[in-house]
Design a protein around this ligand. Sequence first.
Ligand SMILES: [Zn+2]
Length: 239
Amino acid sequence: MTTLELFTPENVERVLCIVAHPDDMEYGGSAAVAEWTAQGIEVSYLLLTAGEAGIRGMAPEIARPLRAAEQRASCDIVGVSRLTILDFPDGLLEPNLALREAICREIRIVRPQIVVTMSWELEAGRGLNHVDHRATGISVVDAVRDADNPWLFTDQLVSGELTEWKAPWLCVTMHEPAHAIEVSEASLERGVASLEAHRHYLAALPDHPAPRDLITGILTGGGEAAGVPLALPIHAYAM
Ligand SMILES: [Zn+2]
């Protein structure tokens, strides 16, 4: 990995993490979330699908509430109170205007200084990227801009409760990294526990690496590249 620059933005009060599925934040991202919430930063999650098609051998109507409960437990471990799960179809997510509008609405509600999302590239992280992850990433890029444009998705603005919002930073995980978020040992532990909270999901994947090995590997590698003990590799874009 190339040398990574530590990402240390100032005056951050709120962070909004937008991903496709329950568990997507838990592959390293939630360790950075634990670090932020420990500093008093308010972190919210927006999941675009309920991950109902994500467990082979479990029917969607059973998986849906179960995965929501596992995500809620995972959020509690890293200090996330606001968890919103939308009902776009798992496995069939499309980067369309309805998706952008929904993301834009949440950005205008939460008014974050940092939006976190996942890579939109075809190759990302450990191999070929999932269709829902690609659709999420590219839609978030566009929706961050949409949210700041008073002439887009104006239905959200007519009541005056919501106004346009410029999020100054977009942080992308599992993407060609250029930056890193330093995390403590305690945040690593909470990150590991937050992935372990997806018990049924992991139980259906016997070849899945142990959460501790996986998260420690990601954060140690990021730390080495950034010159600190532990860090999450990201790409931070100034918007
Ligand atoms: Zn996913």
